[in-house]
Design a protein around this ligand. Structure first.
Ligand code: UTP
Length: 306
């Protein structure tokens, strides 16, 4: 008899990166360019995210794109004219940088016609992903490569099946800005693995079930697709991934369970202007090449600010 593998036995090989949002918090910069293409120091945010996927052995990457997809496609493609010019000049260092993004991974694209929310963007990935667990990485959240998160999430998914979300403890006053998870401990696990018993998107102040915020990394069971297809749009017309995950967390059949991995490492939020500026400064300070000079200037500048 042929062996059919259960979702739990299947290895995660595909990464889905939604990049079709309107990016209204970054207008006018995001008017003609996806916000995922905004540079953090000298690389677009999305390149850090693809590099993270590749470091976790996910070399099949699907970008969900919207109306300005050209810049994304061009970034992960060859640029022969530029390569030729740099090569003629003998500028091998820059040539290497230009080539790197086109050699990172097998990048595929799918179009999300209308930006009907993150859940809808993930649903657009179904034909590419098929019937296997897969990772979702949001371009807003950069995870420091020194604190790998996805490999831990994939381990947990392998052990328990179902889906895994990344959680981060935030100040109680901040939780209304995030999706929030109700959790319970898991016997035999350390503090960093919990079972998710419910999820609520941006809970009103005082009504959050915990201070665990969902951050932009997921390892999802293919059961998410029918759950998303059933999920009703919210009052803003968006299909929320959180709502579909909540359904899976509360089901006791093949769709669940949903676990959470509590992340305590370095994360750089680039989702709005303030966070983006901080991330850029933090990452610039860390860089071996420009870091020392930039830090020295930053010290002087903050002294001037008083
Ligand atoms: P965000 O809510 O941060 O993105 O979605 P947004 O809607 O583009 O931003 P604002 O609030 O208007 O400034 C999280 C991720 O989901 C993607 C976004 O591109 C981002 O990476 N997304 C969101 C989609 O791909 N499609 C959507 O319909 C919505």
């Amino acid at each position: 008899m042929a062996h059919t593998s259960t979702p739990r036995e299947r290895r995660v090989t595909k990464a889905v990166i939604p990049a079709a949002g309107l990016g209204t918090r970054f207008l006018p910069a995001s008017k003609a360019t996806p916000k995922e293409m905004l540079p953090v120091v000298d690389k677009p945010a999305i390149q850090y995210v693809v590099e993270e996927a590749v470091a976790a052995d996910l070399t099949d990457v699907l970008l969900v794109t919207g109306r300005n997809k050209r810049a994304l496609e061009d970034h992960f493609d060859r640029n022969y004219e530029l390569e030729e010019l740099l090569s003629r000049r003998g500028d091998l260092e820059r040539l290497e940088k230009v080539r790197a993004s086109s050699q990172l991974a097998m990048v595929h694209y799918v179009r999300q016609g209308d930006p009907k929310g993150l859940g809808h963007a993930v649903l657009c990935a179904e034909p590419h992903v098929g019937d296997q667990p897969f990772a979702v990485l949001l371009g807003d959240d950069l995870i420091d490569p020194r604190d790998p998160l996805l490999p831990r999430m994939m381990d947990v998914q392998k052990r328990y099946g179902g889906s895994v979300v990344a959680l981060m403890e935030v100040d109680p006053e901040q939780i209304h800005l995030y999706g929030c998870a109700a959790v319970k401990p898991v016997a035999g696990e350390g503090d960093d693995v919990v079972q998710v018993t419910g999820l609520v998107e941006k809970p009103p102040p005082g009504q959050a079930p915990s201070t665990f915020a969902v951050i932009g990394r997921y390892v999802l069971s293919p059961a998410i697709f029918p759950a998303l297809a059933r999920t009703r749009a919210d009052p803003r017309g968006e299909i929320q991934l959180t709502d579909a995950l909540c359904e899976l967390a509360q089901r006791h059949d093949d769709g669940g369970p949903v676990h959470g991995v509590v992340f305590t490492g370095r994360r750089y939020d680039t989702g709005d202007r303030d966070a983006y500026l901080r991330a850029t400064v933090q990452l610039a300070c860390e860089r071996a090449d420009i870091g020392p000079g930039f830090r020295a200037w930053l010290k002087e500048f903050s002294a001037e600010l008083g």
